[in-house]
Design a protein around this ligand. Structure first.
Ligand SMILES: Nc1ncnc2c1ncn2[C@@H]1O[C@H](COP(=O)(O)OP(=O)(O)O)[C@@H](O)[C@H]1O
Ligand SMILES: [Mg+2]
Length: 413
């Protein structure tokens, strides 16, 4: 059972179904209900406030969550007691994503480079940090949740940092992390049976517009993954493997993703996530020979040896954003989504609904993720680009440069 909505639930449910699983979705948020309903039975949290009876009735073997907010749900304890495995670390192991300062302390303990960072409770304390240690900071939520009052604001100068510090919401405090430039990459692995198994190195295109212009969006405008079991770029070696004693101590099993910036000759951790990732997950599952088994093995913390399909080495994902994005307060009416030619790669619908005449309509800001795989980066990018250009929706746009820049890892343009 997938816990999630939109293109995450659509893609993960469909790919696992294609690989032989019987799938269903528990819709954890109040939007993006239509796409996963195209795959298997789906149940809204509103109608089913407690998913446990469903899990039992459907004899669910394991759960695949979109985000870490399930752990805050009133039924989280009961879920853990039910013994149904969830593809997500639990207990202390979750803190590596949930609490940014926990990740910082962990990096210090294991000598992993991490930018200078401070947790501050209010505007006065934030200004004092900036006075004492004047440098540009990225402003983040100290506790990660899809519902945080603060979304990451990337400031590149001291003056920009001060301007935003005068404006942000301090209800949960803020996490100030030294800005380390634009050379960024990520690496995703599965941890199971005490071992770290590398899957891909990836790039997320976080800025709104082509040329890496505009603000850093809440969710990426595109992504690139390269199959990388041997850790070609050294990200796992430098930023994940030193954590092995911690992984074992907290009985970590599940996905781990590190996002890092290359700064002064080395990689620095800017964030750890404990999931496959909204953008990368749909590509990773398609690259695996037996995705159901790899996830099922990890959920049960058993010895894992993921196998990859030979015909593909790269995946490219492009997001079609709608009217108003990335400024969430600007919203348009419901408008039709149409295709000018048949689509011949994966298209995962997001804030889209079906109308009674079978037409698709856009009802929100993120319309679809178009995903192609290829032997080379160029073939994957070309196919995604050809397909996304076939989708029409008034006011919609996508980045025309996904996959062309910020690659190979360490490149900042
Ligand atoms: N310290 C930093 N230096 C430079 N860029 C950063 C830094 N921290 C975050 N960013 C940029 O902001 C994006 C989002 O930040 P991240 O820490 O991954 O938070 P979240 O994914 O929760 O929004 C990153 O992908 C990166 O592009
Ligand atoms: Mg991130």
């Amino acid at each position: 059972m997938v816990l999630g909505v939109g293109s995450f639930a659509h893609s993960h449910a469909q790919i696992l179904q294609d690989a032989g699983a019987r799938v269903s979705t528990y819709l954890t948020r109040n939007y993006g209900h239509f796409p996963p309903s195209l795959v298997g039975p789906s149940f809204s949290a509103q109608e089913h406030p407690d998913p446990l009876p469903l899990l039992k009735r459907l004899k669910v073997d394991f759960i695949l969550p979109q985000s870490i907010d399930w752990a805050q749900a009133p039924w989280a304890e009961a879920l853990l007691h039910s013994g149904i495995p969830i593809l997500c670390p639990t207990g202390e192991a979750m803190l590596i994503e949930r609490e940014r300062d926990y990740a910082r302390r962990l990096c210090r303990e294991f000598k992993i480079p991490f930018p200078q960072s401070h947790v501050v409770p209010n505007r006065l304390a934030a200004s004092q940090v900036l006075k004492r240690s004047p440098r540009p900071y990225v402003i983040k939520n100290p506790l990660c949740s899809p519902w945080s009052p603060v979304h990451t604001i990337v400031c590149e100068t001291v003056e920009e940092t001060q301007a935003w510090l005068d404006r942000v919401n301090y209800a949960e405090g803020v996490f100030l992390q030294e800005y380390l430039g634009r050379a960024e990459a990520g690496h995703i692995a599965l941890v199971s049976g005490g071992e770290i198994r590398s899957l891909v190195t990836n790039q997320e295109y976080k800025r709104a517009y082509a040329g890496n212009q505009g603000i850093v969006c809440g969710a990426p405008m595109g992504g690139l993954v390269e199959k990388d079991p041997d850790d070609r770029y050294g990200l796992a070696r430098e930023l994940l493997h030193p954590l092995r004693p911690w992984f074992r101590r907290v009985k970590y099993h599940g996905p781990i993703q590190v996002t890092a910036c290359h700064h002064r000759g080395k990689w620095h951790v800017i964030e750890y996530n404990i999931r496959l990732g909204i953008t990368s997950g749909a590509m990773i599952l398609r690259l695996l020979e037996d995705p159901v088994n790899s996830l099922w093995t990890t959920a049960r913390n058993q010895k894992l040896a993921p196998r990859f399909r030979k015909e593909f080495s790269f995946g490219c994902s492009m997001t079609l954003a709608g009217y108003g994005y990335p400024y969430l307060k600007v919203r348009g009416p419901r408008t039709p989504v149409s295709c000018t030619a048949p689509l011949d790669c994966d298209v995962w619908w997001n804030e889209v609904e079906g109308s009674t005449d079978g037409q698709r309509v856009a009802v929100g800001h993120r319309i679809a993720d178009v995903v192609a795989l290829g032997k080379t980066r160029e073939t994957a990018v070309r196919q995604a680009r050809t397909n996304i250009a076939r989708i029409h929706c008034l006011g919609a746009f996508y980045r025309t440069d996904i996959g062309d820049n910020l690659w190979p890892p360490g490149t900042d343009h």
